[in-house]
Design a protein around this ligand. Structure first.
Ligand SMILES: Cc1ncc(COP(=O)(O)O)c(C=O)c1O
Length: 503
């Protein structure tokens, strides 16, 4: 018997019972053997895809005895870049690289090179970094309702390293505010099941109990269930605009009004939508208001390194008030190293990335973002219309530019495998089984939408003709989604990270 058969036999189990059984069965030698064999099989599939350079490039497990020639090092990096960039340049990748035009990248690289020694921690040495970051936050705040609120909200924020850090910072702020102002020692956050994993990370790191709220058939959070989950320990409620898995917009207006009435915080996770929604609204697309114009919205996460077209490594967390932002800031007055303070989780930070972010925003300007948004939304409409012509597929919810696909008649992971065989790099999702394409500027290039649709048609036709085929990642996804023993799945992920750091 293998793991898949075991999970089929067990069917679905309540999580607490599954954990109880898992702890016991893991110790039974015969079962341990099956698990080890299964883990090894999975690792072989993963290791193969993770370490394609084994045998191609010399390994360096220790420092070279003498420094190598710059040219030799650059040559190797160039070679890897050339191999890796083909797929994203040609528009085969979901999300990941959001702009990608050569001229834009070369411009950001020049800015990075000029600022590579900058560290915003030393604002006395690098006042340029302070200027860049203050202006990035200000530009983003103005895009998201500053100056248009009924309470004349300040809307302030900080630059962080990415969406995850923006979310971690916001959740920490709510936890600390609740302790200071309300004496809440067992804080809780109300989070849609579809909200990004960063909220789960915040829950684990900062010991905030997460109350997960299911979504409706549209993949938007169940508002009544969210409302019912509020109690005296609730510090914040969360909504996505849109969500990573299905690109759906939670009802920010209703949810934030409920939060306001109950005197709790409300965070709009606009990591994906932050540089699309404001411009879509200006262009007349039917998008909801998800920002500080809703009086209950008290914080937002907006990723500059996604549709803001900055280089990887920046995001913005916004707060309605300076008072709330103060709970994010770290200060210590007793350290022998001197008075120390920093706005985010890191200490030293790459000022060059803030410079590149600032430069990207100036280079794009409002006109550039409007054009980019229009191109993405028009291409997405074309792709959605094409998908509707494929009867075996269904779109999850009512997507705009992040399009998740499932199927009632086919194994959708086999379709995903077939798309992978045709060079696509799409995101496999589960609960329920589906995968998505997050459209970026790469997909607006001539012919990419048409190629996606014809590859999708071919993939579906192949799976219909070979329904029982069990190759590639489909069994791994299937097993990971269905196995009631979640600890085992978690162990596999940890082993995966072990492989990442294996030389
Ligand atoms: C909606 C949403 N929130 C948060 C994040 C986390 O962002 P990052 O990967 O930059 O940490 C993502 C990433 O895709 C996202 O889609």
């Amino acid at each position: 018997m293998n793991i898949e058969e075991i999970s089929q036999k067990l069917g679905w189990l309540p999580p607490s019972i599954a954990r109880f059984i898992e702890r016991r069965v893991k110790k039974v030698p015969a079962i341990k053997k099956i698990i080890d064999a299964e883990n090894q099989k999975t690792m072989q599939v993963l290791e193969h895809s993770l370490k394609p350079y084994d045998g191609k490039f010399k390994k360096h497990p220790t420092l070279p005895p003498a420094g190598m020639e710059h040219e030799t090092i650059l040559h190797q990096i160039q070679e890897m870049h050339d191999i890796e960039s083909v797929r994203w340049k040609e528009g085969y990748v979901s999300g990941g690289i959001y702009h990608g035009d050569r001229e834009h990248i070369e411009f950001l690289n020049k800015v990075y090179a000029l600022q590579s020694q900058s560290n915003p921690l030393h604002s006395d040495l690098f006042p340029s970094a302070t200027k860049f970051e203050a202006e990035i936050v200000s530009m983003v705040a103005n895009m998201h309702g500053r100056g248009k609120t009924t309470d004349d909200a300040a809307v302030v924020g900080t630059v962080t390293s990415g969406g995850t850090e923006s979310i971690l910072c916001a959740m920490k702020s709510y936890r600390d505010r609740a302790l200071e102002e309300k004496g809440i020692r067992e804080p809780e956050m109300i989070v849609p099941v579809t909200a990004h994993a960063a909220f789960d990370k915040a829950s684990q790191y900062f010991r905030i109990k997460q109350v997960k709220i299911p979504v409706t058939e549209n993949y938007t959070v169940d508002v009544n269930a969210a409302k019912s989950a509020i109690n005296n320990n609730t510090v914040v409620m969360v909504g996505s605009a849109p969500s990573f898995p299905h690109g759906s917009f939670d009802s920010i207006k209703e949810l934030s009004a409920i939060a306001l009435k109950n005197k709790i915080g409300f965070h709009t996770d606009c990591c994906l939508g932050g540089f699309v929604v404001p411009f879509a609204e200006k262009l007349g697309y039917d998008v909801p208001v998800v920002d500080f114009r809703n009086p209950g919205v008290t914080s937002m996460s907006v990723d500059t390194h996604k549709y803001g077209y900055a280089a990887k490594g920046t995001s913005v967390v916004l707060y309605r008030t300076e008072e709330l932002r103060h709970y994010q800031f770290y200060t210590t007055t007793e350290w022998p190293g001197g008075l120390y303070f920093s706005p985010t989780l890191a200490g030293s930070r790459p000022g060059a990335l803030s410079a590149a972010c600032w430069a990207a925003m100036l280079a794009m300007g409002e006109e550039g973002y409007l054009k980019a948004t229009d191109a993405i939304l028009k291409t997405a409409a074309k792709i959605r219309a094409g998908i509707q012509q494929i009867p075996d597929l269904k779109m999850m919810g009512q997507p705009l530019w992040i399009i998740a696909l499932g199927s009632d008649s086919l194994n959708i992971y086999q379709v995903l495998d077939q798309m992978t065989n045709r060079h696509w790099n799409l995101n496999g999702l589960h609960k329920p089984a589906c995968f998505h394409l997050a459209l970026t500027l790469r997909h607006t290039q001539a012919g990419v939408a048409e190629r996606f649709l014809s590859d999708l048609q071919e993939s579906v036709a192949y799976v219909k003709a070979h329904p029982g085929e069990k190759e590639g990642m489909a069994p791994v996804y299937g097993m990971a989604a269905s196995l009631p023993f979640r600890g085992m799945v978690s162990d596999i992920l940890k082993r995966y990270l072990d492989v990442v750091y294996k030389v």
